[in-house]
Design a protein around this ligand. Sequence first.
Ligand code: SAH
Length: 363
Amino acid sequence: MSGNLLGSSAWPHPSVLTSLIQALLGFVDLPRFSLQTILALLPGIVLALLAVGIAFYLLTARRYQSSESVARSYDQWTEDGILEFYWGEHIHLGHYGSPPHQKDFLTAKSDFVHEMVRWGGLDRLPPGTTVLDVGCGIGGSTRILAREYGFAVTGITISPQQVKRARELTPEGLSAQFLVDDAMALSFPDASFDVVWSIEAGPHMPDKAVFARELLRVLKPGGILVVADWNQRDDRTVPLNPWEALVMRQLLDQWSHPAFASIEEFAELLEATGLVDTAVVTADWTEQTLPSWLDSIWQGLVRPEGLVRFGPVGFVKSLREVPTFLLMRLAFGAGLCRFGMFRAIRKAIPSSAGASQDVERRA
Ligand code: SAH
C-alpha cells in the first residue's frame, strides 16, 4: 500500500528522503533503507513508542507514601514553575457555569473562587473575618479572599516551596499570610477562625475522619466550613467494577492521593464529629467544572512558548500528565468521580459523636 502512495511520481522521491535523513545523521552509518521499508516498520515503531510511553507513565507514578511525599511533589512542581505557567496561581479546576460555556481557562479558575464564596454564604460576612485556607497551594484563592472580600486569611500547605512562592506573590499590605502546616494535625488551637475553607486538598489526606475533625476543630462556634473536593462515587452499595478500579488506581497513584472519599461519606464524617450544627449541605459541581480537564491539555497546545521555556525535560514532564487529565475527564464524565461541595456550620457546644447520627442532611 505504501508503494502505491509513494511511488516514483511522488515528491520528494523516497531516495531523496532517505539521503536527507542520512545527511542529517551523517555521522551514523545508516543502512540504505527504502522509504517503503521505513513505512512498513512505522506501525511497529509507533506501537513500540506507545508501549515505552505507557511503561514510563506507569513506572514514574508518584504514589502517595506520606505527607512528606506530597510535600516533595508540590515542592518540585513549584520550583520548576511549569504548573504555575499553565495553571496560574490556582491549582484547582475552573467554574464554567451551569450549563457550562466556553471561558478563558484562568478566568474560570478565579470565577470558581467567587462561586464558592457565594455558595458558602461568605459574601455576607464583614471585612476582617478570619479565614483559614487549608491546602492553599501558592495562595491564588487566599489572595482573592483577602483582596476582594477584605478577609484576614491564613493559608497553610504541606509544601515549603509553595509557602515561599505564595509569599513572593502576595503584595505587601494584603491581609494574607502563609505557613507550612499539616492539615492532619493543625497547629492552631480549637475555635481559631470564623471560616475554614479548602479546595481540592482532601484527596491527599490519608484519614478523612481526622481531616474532617481538624477542619471543624479550628472553626469558631457559629463559624462556616466550605470545602470543594474531588470525590469518588459512593461504592458502598455498588462496588467499583474492574475498569473503574483500574482507572481509580491511576488517579490515586499518579498524583499522590491515598484515596478519594465519596460526597456522602465525607458529609457523614463531618457530621460524625459531633461538631456540626443541624446539617451538612452538599452539592455536585461536576458539570460546572468538567471542561477544566480538556482545557488543561488545550493550554499545552495554545501556549507553545512553554515548550521553549521549560525545554525537553519540561516537555516530557508536561506530556506525562496528559493521560491523567484524560483519565480524570473520563472518570468525572462517566460518574466514577464527582466534584463535591460541602458547607457546614460549627456547633456551639460540642456533643458526642453518636448524637450527630440524627442530624438531617440536605443534598
Ligand atoms: N487549594 C489550592 C491548592 C490545591 S492543590 C488551590 O486551589 O490552588 C492541594 C494542596 O493541598 C497543595 O497545596 C498541597 O500542598 C496541600 N496539601 C496536601 N496535603 C496536605 C497536608 N497534609 N497538609 C496541608 N496541606 C496539604
